[in-house]
Design a protein around this ligand. Structure first.
Ligand code: GDP
Length: 342
């Protein structure tokens, strides 16, 4: 992408989208196209068609999605599949109709089977049953991947699908019910510290393993991928079994117990950590094999502790004043609280 190329970041207010904008700006890309949800409803085909016909972006990062943690996913599966299928179908198809040069679709590691061999290679896609707690979201994302590879096969487009592991970082969504585990635990431990509470409750058994990557690292990997020279991109699309998929991770995982202890340390919360085993564990492990990405020359940068410290600082800058009452109220605000961009 040359520095003047018109680049549309769909979902720029979300965790990955905002990191993409930061990353692109840091690299001096000066023609970044952004639309808020209020200005452009990506689930509305007519609006998306008009937007692409008018703006003609050359490159697209598709980071707009309805996302949420384990409880939001299992409580509102209809919303997750409906919204995500609409958003990605509209954007990918209109990108094709208007001749977008390259598109990068963001998925998630939950697209892989629950019992996929670890670390999970891209080839594990569609090789077994999915984890039930986020199956609707995963099936939507799998449809998006298949769209990218089908358009590549039939129309000769250059669409990639990046599958990041669990992400965290600046500008995350903090909610006790709907968030992913890192923002939920930061919020819980921060409030427990403020209130002098003697314990915090962590969902599940604490034994599931998860891999976590800082959103700025993930964005950097996405910009690296969309910029691959033609030769590499064509090889990637043509050679791999699931043509357009590339895992993005850091190559290491931790247990939820270890994560909780690390967050307690970062937040300086000294109380007890208690496990609520009535809450779901979800998939036992989902460590990604990142050989495909690293063999192209990319490496993760931010160690987990450092990333958590940076994230907690960002939390304090933006939500440090959050009162327990405010967060409890927000967790009862209904299903739309989970509508957030990836
Ligand atoms: P997942 O990777 O799709 O399962 O998404 P999550 O980030 O929501 O959950 C990851 C793991 O953290 C699961 O085993 C959860 O049960 C566990 N966990 C522990 N405490 C919490 C919490 O307060 N919120 C969330 N979302 N997950 C938690």
């Amino acid at each position: 992408m040359n520095r003047e190329a018109k680049i549309y970041v769909a979902g720029h207010q979300g965790l990955v989208g905002s990191a993409l904008v930061r990353g692109l700006r840091a690299l001096d890309y000066c023609n970044i196209l952004l639309r808020t949800h209020q200005d452009l409803d990506l689930s509305d085909q007519t609006q998306v068609r008009e937007f692409f016909a008018q703006e003609h972006p050359e490159y697209v990062f598709l980071a707009a999605a309805k996302v949420g943690g384990i409880l939001a996913n299992s409580t509102y599966p209809a919303d997750f599949i409906y919204q995500n299928v609409l958003i990605q179908t509209n954007v990918i198809h209109e990108a094709y109709r208007t001749g977008v040069k390259r598109l990068l679709f963001l998925g998630s590691s939950c697209i892989y089977p629950k019992h996929a061999p670890q670390p999970i290679k891209e080839e594990s896609l569609l090789s077994g049953l999915l984890e039930p707690t986020n199956r609707a979201y995963a099936v939507a994302k799998i449809a998006g991947i298949e769209m990218c590879s089908s358009y590549n096969r039939q129309h000769g487009t250059h669409y990639l699908a990046a599958m990041p592991t669990n992400l965290y970082g600046k500008g995350d969504h903090y909610d006790l019910q709907d968030s992913h585990v890192i923002p939920a635990l930061i919020l819980k431990m921060h409030e427990a510290k403020q209130n002098g509470a003697d314990h915090v409750t962590v969902w599940g058994t604490g034994t599931p393993r998860r891999e976590f990557l800082c959103s700025d690292d993930a964005a950097e990997a996405c910009i690296f991928l969309i910029n691959l020279p033609d030769l590499y991109l064509d090889r990637l699309i043509a050679n791999s079994q699931h043509s357009s998929v590339v895992n993005i991770g850091c190559g290491e995982d931790v247990t939820i117990r270890e994560l909780a202890e690390l967050i307690a340390d970062v937040v300086e919360y000294r109380g007890q950590i208690v496990f609520d085993t009535l809450k779901p564990d979800g998939t036992p492990r989902k460590l990604l094999d990142i050989t495909r990405l690293t063999s192209l020359g990319w490496k993760p940068f931010t160690p987990l502790r450092e990333g958590l410290m940076m994230t907690y600082k960002d939390f304090l800058d933006h939500h440090g004043h959050t009162s327990p009452a405010a967060s409890i109220l927000s967790s009862f605000a209904g299903p739309n609280r989970a509508v957030k961009n990836l």
